[in-house]
Design a protein around this ligand. Structure first.
Ligand SMILES: [Zn+2]
Length: 117
């Protein structure tokens, strides 16, 4: 898999975890994470910053544009459909041999897509 794509997927995972911290009940978080929510948030934010600093500017700005519109900026392709907007992808996109070898976006919604198979 393309390294930029891999990093964007991880960045997105971290952002979802950070978002989740603000949403779930404090006791539940302690049980799940084994540490206090404040510590978890600090750690996750540090990890996010470290990772973000290794991602090329063009991808970070694309990612920022998408997250301004959607919570889920990076989504897997399921049954040849973008799992963000559920639109079937053109065959040329979904059957490309190098489909995970570059950062691609859904032609309909613009989210970053990847194949998880
Ligand atoms: Zn889409």
């Amino acid at each position: 898999m393309n390294q930029d794509l891999e990093k964007l997927i991880s960045l997105h995972d971290l952002d979802i975890m950070i978002l989740d911290l603000g949403r779930t009940d404090i006791l539940q978080q302690e049980v799940r994470l084994g540490l206090s929510p404040d510590m978890a948030l600090t750690e996750l934010t540090t990890m996010r910053e470290q990772l973000a600093s290794t991602i090329r500017k063009r991808w970070m700005s694309l990612y920022a544009q998408i997250t301004a519109r959607y919570d889920n900026a990076v989504v897997p392709v399921i049954m040849q459909r973008c799992s963000g907007c559920f639109t079937r992808l053109p065959t040329a996109v979904s059957s490309a041999d190098d489909r995970n070898e570059q950062v691609r976006t859904c032609p309909t919604c613009g989210r970053i897509i990847y194949w998880a198979d």
